[in-house]
Design a protein around this ligand. Structure first.
Ligand SMILES: O=C(O)C(=O)CO
Length: 358
């Protein structure tokens, strides 16, 4: 293998989550790489864009090219004939089967990994020695003790998505296996969806769509369906992590008054940037908000964070928007609150179970 120097490496930073995607080979370069760091030709490295940038630019596996900002980093790709070029083995649900990794990502994953599905592992149990990572997407029911017991070289469980509430992290860690997720990647999408749900609810977009498809000749739209101007309204954000903050930025552009509730108050400058006011007591936020958006992780503490008491604290004209996890809301209490007009509406990206039975 030839030695060499990779020129013009820019904007490098080591993110734990990203780096743990790649602990597959002894040639891996673990150190933080700085500008113009020489990398010997053929080393497997991960060069990540700065923290503020999307993880979508990360190239994984044996690849060594990456993006930083808009510029492609000119990193040499290792020679595929090298003996250690064998793609790392990962276990995943069969692409295309329910709860498998999102099918459009299959080719990207296969470009960098040898993907073994559960059925193949069952029929060729000797592959267990090769598997160094498990990829999960939403479902982790197959990640049980007996699986870990037969994967002696497993190093990491990689979760596609930010929420790891479905993973038994203590169990995984007890086998010396790390867990990593993909924070930041979904921030914009989730924030957009929160805004989309709020606007759809405020402006009756779903009803408008139905009306436009099914109205009788000459029929006028119901005056109640004309909707509400969110610009004059108050948004309460419960959970002001990076997604919550993105929602705040968007809501600020809509001229909404913003309150937020979070375990930790954000720095004043960050609050001022989006005009958000901290509410240390959840019920205080609920009492003043026209729209309440839930963006907390699902933990023991946040399970049924919104129940009867909290729904009763809300305005009767308020809308509850849940883009976190279904279990954050006591669903029975929500149905009751909607039936009894304790609150006006709910706009839900998540429920339990999911999807709801018909
Ligand atoms: O990535 C996740 O866990 C999400 O739910 C995105 O909203």
């Amino acid at each position: 293998m030839k030695g060499g120097v990779v020129p013009d490496v820019i904007g490098t930073a080591k993110l734990t989550q990203a780096v743990t995607l790649l602990p597959y080979h002894e040639h891996l370069v673990w150190e933080r790489l700085s500008v113009n760091t020489p990398i010997s030709d053929g080393s497997a490295v991960l060069i990540d864009a700065p923290r503020s940038q999307s993880h979508k630019n990360i190239m994984v596996g044996r690849a060594v090219a990456t993006m930083s900002g808009d510029s492609r980093v000119p990193v040499k790709i290792i020679n595929p004939s090298d003996k250690w070029m064998e793609k790392p083995y990962v276990l995943a649900r069969k692409f295309g089967s329910p709860q498998a990794i999102f099918t459009p990502l299959a080719s990207l994953v296969e470009e960098h990994f040898t993907v073994i599905d559960l059925e193949t592992l069952a029929s060729q149990p000797e592959l267990n020695q090769k598997i160094q990572a498990v990829l999960v997407w939403v479902d982790s029911a197959f990640l049980n003790r007996s699986l870990f017991q037969v994967l002696p070289n497993l190093k990491v469980v990689v979760n596609g998505g930010v929420g790891v509430d479905h993973l038994d992290i203590p169990l995984i860690n007890s086998f010396g296996v790390k867990v990593c997720n993909t924070p930041k990647v979904v921030d914009n999408a989730t924030a957009d969806l929160a805004m989309g749900l709020m606007l759809a609810s405020a402006r009756n977009i779903i009803q408008g769509d139905s009306f436009s498809r099914c109205h009788e000749e000459g029929e006028d739209v119901d005056v109640n369906h004309l909707g509400i101007d969110v610009g004059s309204k108050t948004l309460g954000i419960v959970g002001m992590g990076s997604i919550g903050y993105k929602v705040a930025k968007r809501a600020a552009a809509f001229d909404m008054k913003i309150f937020y509730h979070n375990r930790r108050r954000r720095p004043v400058e960050e609050e001022q940037m989006v005009g958000a006011e901290y509410c240390p007591v959840l019920e205080d936020l609920l009492a003043v908000s026209d729209y309440v958006v839930l963006l907390v992780n699902l933990t023991k503490a946040s399970t049924h964070l919104i129940g009867r008491k909290q729904l009763s604290a809300m305005k009767s004209t308020a809308t509850l928007i849940n883009v976190s996890r279904g279990m954050v809301v006591d669903q029975e209490a929500l149905v009751e609150a909607l039936q009894n007009k304790i609150i006006k509406a709910a706009a839900l990206d998540v429920t339990y179970p999911e999807p709801l039975p018909r």
